[in-house]
Write a protein that binds this ligand. Structure first.
Ligand SMILES: C[S@@+](CC[C@H](N)C(=O)[O-])C[C@H]1O[C@@H](n2cnc3c(N)ncnc32)[C@H](O)[C@@H]1O
Length: 335
């Protein structure tokens, strides 16, 4: 019965989140292992872990072997840390804090307010700022979502034309790392909250030391003063989190930063609202914005994004759909 299956879907999500957190797919890298063995490796209770794995084998995320062990499947590759298409951290975030937020969906329905603050006592970013372990997962969850976009954006335009790309709300600099990898003369400046920049600066030294002399993280406020010397400004999946009161303020901050460099370009990369009936992914994302993000945040269509940019003092010069489902809008300051 579909209703029953869907109503229990949250339990499956919790099992996926637990497997991601425990690193089960990484532990199965070298071949099948028993629940007892995996429980020992993860300091968990074998009787519970075997049930979790049985559930995940039933939905084909893992496979139960005839001798009672478990192995990876094509689907569990997404839970492996090193996989280029890894979604391990996003699965932890989605099945963790976001799902807890969805637990207060009725609050959102009854008041129109975001449910996240009701559960966590503050917005996503207030919570992340005071919860370093969760914030480290959040940062890497954004990596998971952004890696494919970075690879695509690196191919979509000639980055050698400019020498400084500024990613505003750029997290761990995932997008900039892709661009810098493709354009050896390009430098990157990633602006984000102080704790994000501190973690990203440390990780840069160990994870991508070859980029350390061209990529810098600068703590800053997307609503405040932003660096004014960029050739390109990038805003990816940032407006997506803010309502129609806050979003113009973010674009206003960018417009002020670009006031002395009128030949600079702003690249806004967002998943836009579906024109026809949304598919499951789009519908989930749309609802997520209302439940998890700032109160009143909704998906915007192309015309709404256009208006938002024009009202903030930008002229949209190019619009390109991306294979990832995002749309790349390029704008210049209106003079
Ligand atoms: C949805 S994430 C997108 C990250 C990145 N652009 C990407 O697409 O992977 C939003 C980012 O905005 C940052 N952010 C939120 N509020 C901010 C603020 N007031 N000032 C600076 N950064 C902020 C968050 O820390 C987070 O890294």
């Amino acid at each position: 019965m579909l209703a029953l299956q869907l109503a229990c879907g949250g339990w499956i999500a919790s099992a996926v989140g637990a497997a991601a957190r425990l690193g089960i797919a990484d532990l199965l890298d070298d071949g099948p292992r028993s629940a007892a063995d995996l429980a020992q490796a993860t300091s968990t209770v074998a009787a519970v872990l075997s049930r979790v794995l049985n559930l995940l084998a039933a939905v084909e995320l893992f496979e139960a072997t005839p001798d009672g062990r478990y192995s990876n499947t094509e689907h569990s590759q997404a839970l492996r840390s090193g996989d280029p298409h890894s979604m391990r951290n996003f699965c932890m975030l989605a099945a963790g804090e976001y799902q807890a937020g969805f637990g207060e969906l009725m609050h959102c329905l009854e008041t129109g307010e975001s449910a996240f603050p009701k559960v966590f006592g503050g917005s996503v970013y207030e919570y992340m700022a005071r919860t370093p372990n969760a914030a480290a997962v959040y940062d890497r969850a954004m990596d998971d979502l952004t890696r494919p976009v970075g690879a695509l954006l690196a191919e979509m335009r000639d980055w050698s034309a400019g020498d400084l790309a500024v990613d505003v709300g750029g997290g761990r600099g995932t997008l900039l790392k892709s661009l810098l990898g493709a354009a050896p003369l390009l430098r990157g400046l990633c602006v984000d909250r102080a704790d994000v920049c501190a973690r990203a600066t440390e990780d840069l030294k160990t994870e991508t030391p070859d980029l350390a002399d061209r990529l810098r993280f600068v703590s800053g406020d997307i609503f405040g003063d932003l660096p004014g010397n960029g050739d390109f400004y990038i805003l990816k999946n940032v407006l997506h989190n803010w309502n129609d009161t806050s979003s113009p303020k973010i674009l206003g901050a960018l417009r002020r930063a670009m006031a002395s460099k009128l030949d600079a370009r702003l690249l806004v990369i967002e998943p836009l609202a579906a024109v026809a009936a949304p598919n499951t992914h789009q519908a989930v994302d749309d609802l997520m914005q209302m439940v998890i993000c700032e109160t009143g945040t909704t998906a915007r269509n192309l015309a709404q994004m256009h208006n938002l940019l024009e009202d903030a003092g930008f002229t949209v010069v190019e619009v390109n759909p991306m294979r990832t489902g995002h749309t790349l809008m390029e704008a210049i300051p209106t003079v």
